[in-house]
Ligand binder design. Structure first.
Ligand code: HEC
Ligand SMILES: [Cu+2]
Length: 485
């Protein structure tokens, strides 16, 4: 959310400065400018206001004449004339046009193009860099066209204003001109299509990949299944990846009630505001590992609604559609090892913002070690070691509940998309225990099955937790073996 941004431009000899402001917090600041005789204009785009203020003393070029219009001067607004005089309609229109131009041209400011929040990111793969270069090249082309076209419009509006009694030009239906302004845009478009198509073709070529990972979107998490790696056609490693950010960092009841549309949590809640993790809403409990310098092919699908696998630093975004398998690939060059984040990029329901993607790019030998360890874990079958105490089950259960259930059933079992557990028949009555297990293992209506997502040990722990937390003091201890049978 932009609080305030200042941008100065000089265009067609017309100097001005444009300030993007949040109108809710910046209201007070506007009036001093007016009094100092600055011309002042403001526009609103949703929650962001744009204020333009122009010092008439700095006007030059074709607009210099405006200085002599009924415009307040720095000294004279309240002095000489004794009252504030409105600038001419023409001047106000021109300033509005300039404001719009400034907004459309913000991408041009050179220090915003490197690695900024206002532009596409160059990313770390050859493809993401190609995409970035393409984006910049086309931005320059369209900016030049924009300046030319808006410049001509503004020039015409000014040069042929009514007070000049202009005589209309007579090149209407001029065949040569009509051909010219059809042919030139045609070549500009073709000129942009050629490099764009080259990049698209390169993005599409997933041949000769060494690692294949199937990515499945779920409401609201991702699962990863390692299918093949080099000569191994049956890797058999798969897991779910859940948001790790604890609920108290994003549960903001007042915000949801619409009381504080602006500002940070600290401003709205004072010192009680929960401290946010550095990677708030991005960290997951089990990240996706891929090796650097290896071509990785992702097969992308969904289990429920449409999601989208989006990794900006890899220049990669593909829809995950139930019943279809899409593919994309990436190859992160050696030397770029590290943690990269992405998000689901398709509106997929209430908790769309809660299914981040965390990718650890590691050196190939480290990856080999990680994969071998994961394979060993997968081969040894589910861990059915009984819990030694209620406490140990509760500890695991609390973690699993926060990661897998809280989004639908509430952080404190108070309910939400799914029913509440606090004092519920299901979570407290002994005769419902078997049904409780069945609902988790097999799912029921909108309640997903957790057979594939959680181990029997996790399921036993989470049920134990539901039956003992929030005052549901049943004392029931469910063991992994109860689930596996
Ligand atoms: C995607 C949202 C969602 C998630 C995630 C989810 N549930 Fe549910 N759950 C539901 C819905 C919806 C129902 C109601 C199902 C129905 O109408 O039959 C439900 C029902 C239940 C019930 C039956 C409650 C009753 O009183 O009938 C239990 C028990 C349950 N969920 C446990 C869990 C546990 C434990 C987890 C985490 C491992 C979990 N759920 C995760 C949506 C969810
Ligand atoms: Cu999604």
């Amino acid at each position: 959310m932009i609080e305030s941004y200042r941008l100065s431009v000089s265009l067609l000899g017309f100097g001005g400065s444009c300030r993007l402001v949040n109108p809710m917090t910046e209201r007070r600041e506007r009036y001093p400018l007016l009094r100092r005789g600055f011309y002042h204009n403001e526009l609103h785009y949703g929650k962001v206001g744009v204020t333009i203020s122009i010092n008439p003393e700095t006007l030059s070029g074709p607009f210099a004449a405006s200085k002599n219009l009924r415009l307040p001067t720095a000294a004279g607004a309240w002095g000489k004339q004794g009252a504030y005089a409105m600038p001419s309609t023409l001047f106000r229109r021109a300033a509005t046009a300039l404001t719009l131009l400034m907004i459309s041209g913000v991408g041009l400011a050179s220090d915003w193009t490197e690695r900024s929040d206002h532009n596409l990111r160059p990313g770390v793969t050859p493809i993401s860099q190609d995409v970035y270069d393409l984006h910049m090249a086309i931005l320059y082309v369209v900016s030049a066209i924009g300046i030319l076209v808006f410049g001509l419009i503004m020039y015409s509006v000014f040069a042929h204003r009514r007070s000049k009694r202009p005589k209309p030009a007579d090149f209407h239906e001029h065949v040569f001109l009509e051909i010219l302004w059809t042919v030139i845009p045609f070549f500009i478009l073709v000129g942009m299509t050629i490099p764009a198509t080259k990049v698209l073709i390169r993005m599409d070529d997933s041949s000769a990949s060494e690692l294949v990972v199937k990515v499945t979107g779920y409401r609201w998490k991702w699962s990863y299944e390692y299918l093949t790696y080099q000569d191994d056609n049956n890797v058999g490693v798969n897991f779910f990846s859940n948001l790790k950010t604890p609920a108290e960092q994003f549960n903001r009841p007042a915000l949801e009630a619409g009381l504080f549309p602006y500002g940070t949590a600290a401003e709205n809640y004072g010192k009680d505001a929960p401290e946010k993790d550095h990677n708030y809403m991005l960290d997951v409990d089990k990240p996706l590992y891929i090796p650097s310098g290896v071509k990785v092919r992702f097969l992308i699908t969904s289990d429920d609604v449409i999601h989208s696998f989006y990794m900006p630093d890899f220049g990669l975004k593909k829809d995950a559609i139930p019943g279809f398998v899409n593919e994309v690939w990436t190859n992160v060059p050696v030397g770029n090892e590290g943690t990269y984040y992405g998000q689901c990029a398709e509106l997929c329901g209430k908790n769309h913002a809660f299914m981040p993607i965390e990718v650890r790019v590691v050196a190939q030998d480290e990856f080999d070690g990680w994969l071998a360890a994961e394979k060993e874990k997968a081969a040894s079958g589910p861990d059915l070691t009984p819990f030694s105490s209620l406490e140990s089950a509760l500890e695991l259960g609390q973690q699993k509940y926060a990661a897998s259930c809280a989004l639908c059933h509430g952080a404190n079992g108070e309910g939400g998309i799914g029913p509440a557990f606090v004092g519920s028949e299901m979570a407290t009555k002994p005769e419902h225990l078997q049904e409780h297990i069945d609902v988790l293992v097999n799912g029921r209506n909108a309640m997903p099955s957790f057979k594939a997502q959680l181990t029997p040990r996790d399921i036993a722990a989470v049920i134990t937790y539901e039956r003992n937390a929030w005052g549901n003091d049943t004392g029931d201890l469910i063991q992994p073996a109860d689930i596996a049978k």
